[in-house]
Design a protein around this ligand. Sequence first.
Ligand SMILES: [Zn+2]
Length: 320
Amino acid sequence: MTAATSTTSKPSIEDRRAEVQAKLEAELKRIVDSGEYAAWFTKMAAFHRYSPTNAAWILAQAPEATKVASYRTWQQVGRQVRKGETGIMVFHPKPYWVDPTSGERVRPPRDPAKRARLEQRIGFGVGHVFDVAQTDGEPLPELGKPAPADAPRALAEHLDGWCVEQGVTVESRDLPPGLYGYYQRDGDRIVLATANTPGERVATLAHELAHRQDPELLRAEVIGDRRYYAHNRADCEAVAEAAAHAISARFNHDITGHSAGYIASWVEGDVTRLSELQQRVGKVTGTLLPPDQLDLALDAARQQAATARTSALAAGRSRS
Ligand SMILES: [Zn+2]
């Protein structure tokens, strides 16, 4: 067999990457088209989407919070806030009326004509919400399938080794249900749930490392934009999970069912969003994957050629 035929029969790295990506997009589309996403969304409809300002404010008070809701909303979905838990403060717009002549705040009269003479202004009221970790009860519905329980040893070794090399601290802790892990840039630390199966552990480790390597999050860190993540949470989560999917696929750990469900929940069923984020996913994946065998072979060949050249030069010089 000639070199030419062997390269055409073996798919290139780009082809394999595109194949992995297409598989994830197809599953995402299936979840949305089949109505799985809609069914999940209906169950989760009680949860309110907080404004970017409130989302940033929630994260500042409770960095580990994953899902927050009011006391009543938790009751509606079958969970109860535990006694003695302190709420997380949020702001909500609250209109009030002012008498334009006196400038005083007044109760709005029932008569629409009198009311029209008053000036309406918007103030802010303070409310309290609670994180899922502060509640007990029915598990929340999850979209997609769990990651396979077993993990290829090579993937675990690669990711753990990468963390040791880069000085990333990895620890295990008891975390609330539904929270597999998280990354804290302060202290460069990844926390993984002790309840994770080996398969969930590696998939989560890859996801959290992807957050660490996300060029947009790194840029925000450099310019001191502490609210970037809260303001762009859906994109950040989709990028991290797509990267975790690609990294896992390289080691034959297929988490497509899990990743597609997770991404669908964040991009709100917008299947095109994932392909729009592809370049960013590629950048993250590139920093976390070991060089491909083909790349390694090329590197070795280049190095060999360079050594051969240097020794030829050295030999030439010694002769002169
Ligand atoms: Zn994440």
